[in-house]
Design a protein around this ligand. Structure first.
Ligand SMILES: Nc1nc2c(c(=O)[nH]1)N[C@H]1C(S)=C(S)[C@@H](COP(=O)(O)O)O[C@H]1N2
Ligand SMILES: [Mo]
Length: 561
């Protein structure tokens, strides 16, 4: 569900607007172009054009000033109202599903970085064009600033987390862009004029090129400082300090140690537990919400007998459950790596829902994050005691990392993340299926049970191995059903059953390994899993949209010797 791809496209457009708004006039180099003696005598000239390079520089600096001032003000009042981020976020939300899918496939977890770089490139290109069109008059530049200023304001207005002060940042952006551009452009135009009209040896009547360049540099420096300041302010809720404040999370019942054979990491599988830093990350948050744990509240309402308002302490003071669960993203391609396992710590959602009292006719729990993302989870899946859906507050013994939903997220074994794993959870409404959630609105399926899947980790694609004995290994998952069997076949031959790792529970992945005899040459290895319901993975390849990929993972490799 990453929407890197989408983001890049939309981001570019929106960003440009911002930038152009911010785009400032450049220095006084323009005068050089006009330096021709013939022109100097033409006192009726309508105005000397600013030199191209200077005009572009001025537009770029004005764009930088606009974005940086907006970012600074946003850092003071509401970090997510930064026009740059708001445009990026809006771009992500508007991105058509196929573009998003492409982005996820191409950039994976780096989709946000790709979007930011794309935005920066588009803004730069746009500012350059506006600069060149503004050599003779400031009209194009001012219009572009106004246009992008309005787009920036609209992007912030459209955010679900829009607050009373959110408007300040985009308005400040617009003002900064106008002032910077107007100031530098006027100076550069005067310098161009003065250079043309001043005879050699005569005292110049206007600013010289040097003054214009120095002024432009000063504005650029100011923009840099403002941008860094905004960044520092936005980071003032320090996630590390917040997590330290919570301290150790102790489950009511210590989880048993992992059995010795829970993974085959020695022969190339992942470790059974994914370290927090390596856990895959998928979300629409360009800026990770930073929530103060003492400010956090969860409202559970809708078709319930008693509305609940929970604080973090309300949760942590209950008996905490800890168990390994494997999360999977619906966007995971066959052979992909959007799957990880953690020892999640939290409170069973079934208990919370029982306290609230779910009314007859309720169909889903509609959950909303601090940044306005939503998911709809079938209510029965959350009421099943044995499935053990959690309001999770910790991963692997620590409070949740900021990127994984600090301070509280949902974890529902057996369902893809997009219909269940709401991070930065703040609101949960018990309701009917009439309400549709974020990804359902974008063409994905309402229901997202995880499909049984297996993957080959060794050999890797196109690996060169020695002919003869080879240990192949990989993973398989069928959360909440359990894996029964994994088979592999070489070059379309007989299926051979692999050895499975010791099962930890039916909600987490299992590893497999097998010794093969591999003749030299180009080889193809395939795998397929069968789950405890008796279902064997279909060979038919379908792409992740709308409810998850299917097909056998296949790896081509070469055996030498
Ligand atoms: N607030 C919020 N929660 C979210 C998402 C999101 O975009 N925003 N993405 C979901 C998706 S699509 C997945 S696969 C999981 C991924 O959780 P992780 O990033 O901790 O691996 O989070 C889910 N929770
Ligand atoms: Mo996902």
């Amino acid at each position: 569900m990453n929407r890197s791809g989408c983001r890049a496209e939309h981001g570019v457009v929106d960003h440009d607007s911002h930038e152009s708004a911010g785009g400032a006039p450049a220095d006084g180099d323009a005068s050089r172009d006009l330096g021709g003696a013939a022109r100097r005598t033409d006192t009726l000239s309508p105005g000397e054009p600013i030199r191209g390079g200077l005009a572009v520089l001025i537009a770029l600096v004005a764009a930088a000033a606009a974005l940086a001032v907006g970012h600074l003000i946003a850092g003071l009042v509401d970090p997510s109202s930064s026009p740059f981020l708001a445009v990026g976020n809006t771009a992500i939300d508007l991105t058509p599903a196929p573009v998003k899918d492409f982005a996820i496939a191409t950039f994976g977890t780096a989709d946000k970085l790709a979007l930011l770089i794309g935005m920066a490139l588009v803004i730069t290109a746009f500012a350059a064009i506006v600069g060149l069109l503004s050599r003779r008059s400031a009209v194009v530049g001012m219009s572009a600033i106004a246009l992008f200023g309005v787009l920036g304001i609209a992007a912030v207005l459209a955010r679900p987390d829009f607050g009373p002060l959110s408007m300040l940042a985009p308005v400040a952006s617009l003002v900064a862009g106008v002032v910077a551009f107007r100031l530098l452009h006027r100076m550069a135009a005067a310098a161009a004029e003065s250079e043309v009209r001043t005879a050699p040896g005569e005292q110049a009547s206007g600013p010289d090129r040097r003054t214009v360049l120095i002024s432009t540099g000063a504005v650029a420096l100011g923009a840099g400082a403002a941008g860094l300041g905004g960044q520092a302010l936005a980071g003032s809720v320090d996630p590390a300090a917040q997590r330290a404040e919570i301290g150790e999370l102790v489950p009511a019942q210590a989880t048993p140690d992992l059995p010795a054979g829970a993974d085959f990491a020695k022969v190339g599988t992942p470790t059974f537990i994914t370290p927090n830093e390596d856990f895959y990350r998928i979300d629409t948050a360009l800026r990770v919400p930073r929530i103060r744990v003492e400010d956090w509240r969860l409202r559970i309402h809708g078709m319930v007998d008693r509305e609940l308002n929970l604080t973090f302490d309300d949760l942590r003071n209950r008996p905490l459950v800890e168990k390994p669960v494997t999360l999977t993203c619906v966007s995971n391609e066959v052979g992909g790596d959007l799957v990880s396992t953690s020892n999640f710590i939290g409170v069973p959602l079934s208990e919370i829902l029982a306290e609230a009292g779910v009314r007859a006719g309720a169909e889903q729990l509609f959950s909303t994050s601090a940044d306005g993302w939503t998911a709809g989870t079938p209510i029965e899946a959350l009421q099943e005691v044995e499935r053990g859906a959690l309001l999770a507050i910790g991963m692997n013994g620590e409070p949740l990392p900021a990127e994984h939903g600090f301070p509280v997220r949902m974890v529902v074994p057996g369902l893809y993340g997009y219909v269940s794993a709401t991070k930065w959870l703040v609101d949960a409404e018990v309701t009917t299926f009439d309400r549709t959630a974020y990804w359902e609105d974008r063409g994905w399926s309402r229901f997202g049970p995880i499909k049984t899947m297996s993957r080959i980790d060794r050999p890797t694609a196109f690996e060169r191995v020695s002919a003869g004995r080879l240990t192949a290994a990989g993973i398989a998952w069928a959360q909440h059903t359990g894996i029964d069997r994994v088979e592999v076949r070489l070059d379309g031959g007989q299926w051979q059953e692999a050895q499975l790792s010791t099962e930890v529970n039916d909600q987490s992945w299992r590893m497999w390994r097998i010794e093969l005899e591999v003749p030299s040459g180009s080889r193809q290895l395939e795998c397929r899993a069968t789950d405890r319901s008796g279902y064997t993975q279909t060979e038919e390849r379908v792409s992740p949209v709308p409810d998850g990929a299917t097909g056998w993972h296949s790896v081509l490799f070469t055996a030498n010797g």
